[in-house]
Design a protein around this ligand. Structure first.
Ligand SMILES: Cc1ncc(C[n+]2csc(CCOP(=O)(O)OP(=O)(O)O)c2C)c(N)n1
Length: 320
């Protein structure tokens, strides 16, 4: 969570200074607990995780490296997208991270398809998870994807981060149901609701949801209540978010809440927080330096075959 927060602060500062960033910068500030609590229950290489723009913490907790984020934001030829696709639209499909799709709700069908393909190959014991926002629950793709997953009883965990806004559109202009988790009933899937500012509560909820999905309980929809503590992207000052929303319980910063929980429970020494932060900052600076030194693709000499083709994919484990 801390690494994600500090990485995104660095990316925001690089974006504002007009330096090496290609494209926009989107941050998951306030959503780190909800995102990481999901993916710590997944297994890299066995499970599937289709992240959204606010899932830097979940990506790291699942197994993506710090370097891969900076390489993609800088558009370098050594990054997982070879400099062809920007920032948040990155993935490691062969290792279970499909490259992010912007079209809201579309990833539910993609993950469902990946799960069905594995089932048809006779595999078992895996889970597929994806994350969406409150706004995405009003798309046709959400309806079609979740309905299909429910009918097929797929081992899908759908994390809905209700951060109260879709761009600047507040919840009351998005849906008329009392609570987003009520939608689970209509699809015949199990619904969970959690205070997403509370790391311990998020860990407990996702532990149960992932275990249910893995053991044949069908799709699980987890709605996390929180507030987006930033603009939609770095280009948005979020001036439409009221002070009362910021001061409400759901406006708490999950990292500060987690820090208090950890201190109260004695899970870490007080000085360990500062050591962790210093270590994260050092890693970030090293990755920025290394990624900055890498080249951009040359459009005239670039091999334009699919990134998934053998000669462009990374590592022995990625060869089919
Ligand atoms: C089908 C579709 N419509 C519109 C957009 C443009 N768009 C990108 S992000 C966004 C808001 C998303 O809000 P939400 O789902 O609540 O997620 P959040 O950004 O709050 O995390 C919109 C409207 C899109 N990507 N896809």
């Amino acid at each position: 969570m801390l690494m994600a927060r500090l990485m995104e602060e660095k990316l925001a500062s690089l974006y504002r200074s007009g330096g090496r960033i290609v494209g926009g910068v989107y941050s998951g500030k306030g959503q780190e607990a909800f995102s990481a609590a999901l993916t710590i229950h997944l297994e890299f290489g066995r499970d599937i995780f289709a992240p959204l723009i606010r899932d830097q913490a979940g990506r790291l907790a699942f197994g993506e490296s710090v370097m891969q984020s900076f390489q993609t934001h800088f558009g370098t030829v050594n990054g997982p997208m070879r400099g062809r696709d920007g920032n948040v639209h990155r993935g490691l499909p062969r290792e279970g991270i499909p490259a992010m799709i912007s079209h809201l709700g579309a990833q539910i069908s993609v993950v469902s398809g990946m799960l069905m393909a594995r089932q048809m190959q006779g595999k078992s014991g895996f889970v597929g998870a994806t994350a969406i926002g409150d706004g995405a629950t009003s798309t046709g793709a959400f309806h079609e994807g979740l309905n299909l997953a429910a009918i097929e009883k797929l081992p899908l965990v759908l994390a809905v981060a209700n951060n109260q806004f879709a761009y600047s559109t507040p919840n009351e202009r998005q849906f008329a149901c009392r609570n987003l988790v009520d939608r689970a009933i209509g699809y015949g899937v199990v619904g969970h609701e959690v205070d997403a500012t509370d790391l311990v509560a998020c860990v407990r909820t996702f532990r149960e949801a992932v275990a249910n999905a893995r053991s044949g309980g069908g799709p699980q929809m987890v709605v996390g209540n929180l507030l987006r503590l930033c603009g939609h992207g770095e280009h948005d000052d979020a001036s439409y978010i009221s002070d009362s929303a910021k001061q409400a319980h759901s406006g708490r910063d999950c990292i500060e809440v987690a820090r208090t929980q950890i201190a109260e429970q004695g899970w870490m020494r007080e000085t360990a927080f500062a050591e962790e932060e210093a270590s994260c900052r050092k890693t970030i600076e090293e990755c920025v330096d290394r990624a900055s030194a890498e080249s951009l693709p040359n459009p005239f000499t670039c091999d334009w075959s699919a990134i998934s083709s053998d000669d462009l994919s990374d590592g022995e484990n990625l060869k089919s």
